[in-house]
Design a protein around this ligand. Structure first.
Ligand code: HEM
Length: 120
């Protein structure tokens, strides 16, 4: 079970890499637009993250801190998803995407990765 959990963490990190990679490619040298690949990254990170939110494959009993952490991560993920959704809808209508939405996705993605790594 512990190995399986490690594999799910690996998939979770792949979701992060897809989301952040797609965003970084757009942010640095790209058109600063939202892409379908970002949605795939969010979906992968969300599914694997929800699987990790249950306390299986670990030898310790999660305390309140663990559940506060994943609740914060879930809220941040929902904000990221909303920003991408609003952005893609505006792009389809040929409207400009507010830069706070675009840069917000990159910053919030790093915030969630940081919480995952540093909050224990
Ligand atoms: C954009 C969204 C997200 C990103 C970029 C992200 C990124 C990360 C990263 C980089 C780690 C560190 C893995 C490691 O320990 O080596 C991690 C761990 C983790 N994440 Fe996420 N995550 C996201 C969303 C979520 C969501 C929505 C949940 C649950 C509702 C979640 C639950 C977890 C859990 C349980 C861990 C393991 C931490 C531990 O065992 O203490 N993540 N995440």
């Amino acid at each position: 079970m512990e190995t399986l959990r490690q594999i799910v963490v690996f998939v979770h990190i792949i979701g992060f890499a897809v989301l952040f990679g797609a965003w970084a490619a757009q942010a640095f040298g790209g058109k600063k637009q939202f892409t379908a690949l970002m949605n795939y990254g969010v979906a992968i990170a969300a599914i694997a993250g929800l699987a990790l939110a249950a306390p299986w494959g670990i030898s310790w009993t999660p305390g309140a801190s663990f559940y506060i952490k994943i609740t914060v991560k879930l809220v941040v993920l929902l904000i990221i998803g909303a920003f991408i959704g609003i952005g893609i809808a505006r792009q389809k209508r040929n409207e400009t995407v507010p830069s706070v939405l675009f840069w917000g996705v990159g910053v919030l993605t790093l915030v969630n990765a940081g919480i995952g790594l540093l909050w224990h």
